[in-house]
Design a protein. Structure first.
Length: 426
């Protein structure tokens, strides 16, 4: 497979962080809106909209949120401040998650900020062109959160907001309506979505589905959600003691759940669909990256594939799914603490799924986040990587992309394509 990248831009950390020596991963997380041209990052007490400046051919940023000053509940974002409430100057943004809105130029953003024992959750919508914040809602959290996850509800336009915490094996769930209301979900409903917080007594096997349950200290550090066919919600989350829970529900009840146990913390995981089947990629800090395929009520987490050599480059820290080579099938992008960027190509054409490493690149510092977006607005996705040194943008080799698209056009429309065209073998 022909994969080539050009590193078309590099943004030093000093331009985003005043003192790079005080770098804190929890206050500098890059998130990207897939299928859009926008990205967002949190630095200390501020959230920025990151966008490509076509006139200057460089990455620009616009501050859209500050946790250290106040403004009205809606208004225009400026390069100085835009936020929700008056807070002390020691506040810091510890979690950030973004969903694309119902319109092309809107985004739904969840932010958690605060200090000490005072933490605030704010969810709002923003116009990414006019920088107008609207339908803003705020609630107070009792503990310091370490993770925020936004996902769409089944059969409604509401957004489910889940916060997990450093010091307690629990979660808080909220429902955010697009009219600007944030409502806390009661604990009995919360248990329905998180049965993994109640597990069996005694020894845990690698796939134990016992129904004799009790509460245990599972600290959630990674989470992802997927809604399939607007009917079924898949919710996967990993804990610091190496357990991955998957819960499948509809709008009224849990359909089934499963548990898988690793030897170390689950640093990242990602749900995705391919060829009508739901898959899950899991990164454990001390083991190989694992791909679970064809997840359903019958097979659950039984079909697993270890990605080759994924444990040779230190602990995997992040993962995302992207169709890099435009063949209609996803590739798995993995970043590691050993400063490596890996791309795996799974083959779903056979009954026994396989995967191979098709791209490798070494950086100078650990990779904390990977996402993708058409940030240059050229019609092709770029890969955005966040490391200690800043934001790296990898652009797909345009000549290789053109060759592939020419071949694809020839295969689909051979009768209307120039007969002299000969497909190019990569």
């Amino acid at each position: 497979m022909d994969i080539k990248f050009y590193e078309m831009h590099f943004q030093p950390a000093e331009s985003l962080i005043s003192d790079a020596s005080n770098f804190d991963k929890t206050s500098f997380s890059l998130l990207c809106m897939t299928e859009r041209t926008d990205a967002f990052c949190a630095v200390s007490d501020k959230v920025y909209h990151v966008k490509w400046d076509t006139t200057r051919a460089e990455l620009g940023r616009q501050q859209i949120f500050s946790a250290t000053s106040s403004s009205s509940s809606s208004g225009t974002a400026t390069t100085t401040t835009t936020t929700t409430s008056t807070c002390s100057n020691s506040n810091v943004v510890v979690s950030l998650h973004v969903l694309h809105g119902n319109h092309d130029n809107t985004a739904i953003i969840g932010v958690v900020y605060g200090h000490g024992d005072k933490w605030t959750l704010t969810v709002f919508q923003i116009d990414t062109v006019a920088y107008v914040i609207s339908y803003q809602a705020t609630d107070t959290l009792q503990l310091k959160p370490n993770l925020l996850c936004l996902s769409r509800d089944i059969s409604t336009d509401n957004i489910t907001v889940v916060a997990t915490f450093y010091n307690e094996p629990c979660v808080e769930m909220f429902t955010y309506s697009l009219s600007g209301f944030l409502t806390k979900v009661e604990s009995n409903i919360l248990k329905m979505y998180y049965p993994g917080l109640y597990r069996c007594r005694g020894t845990i096997d690698r796939r134990n589905s016992s129904t004799d349950l009790k509460r245990v200290p599972d600290y959630i550090i990674s989470m992802d959600a997927l809604v399939q066919d607007n009917e079924t919600r898949y919710l996967a989350y990993g804990t610091v003691d190496g357990k991955v829970h998957i819960n499948v529900s509809n709008s009224t009840e849990t359909l089934w759940s499963d548990l898988y146990d690793w030897e170390g913390p689950i640093s990242a995981l990602r749900l995705f669909t391919v060829r009508g089947q739901v898959c899950l990629v899991v990164c454990c800090m001390v083991e190989q990256v694992v791909l679970f395929t064809n997840i359903n009520e019958e097979t659950k987490l039984s079909k697993e594939l270890q990605l080759p050599d994924s444990s040779l480059y230190d602990s995997p820290t992040c993962v995302t799914i992207m169709d890099i080579n435009h063949d209609g099938e996803p590739e798995i992008l993995v970043g590691t603490y050993g400063c490596c960027f890996l791309v795996y190509k799974p083959d779903f054409s056979q009954s026994q799924v396989s995967a191979k490493l098709v791209y490798f690149r070494q950086f100078n510092s650990p990779i904390y986040s990977i996402c993708f977006s058409d940030i240059t607005v050229d019609g092709l996705y770029e890969v955005l990587l966040l490391s200690f040194n800043g934001i790296h943008i990898l652009q797909r080799c345009l000549s290789a992309a053109k060759r592939y698209l020419d071949n694809l056009l020839y295969e689909i429309y051979p009768a209307v394509t120039n007969h002299s065209h000969e497909p190019v073998v990569s």
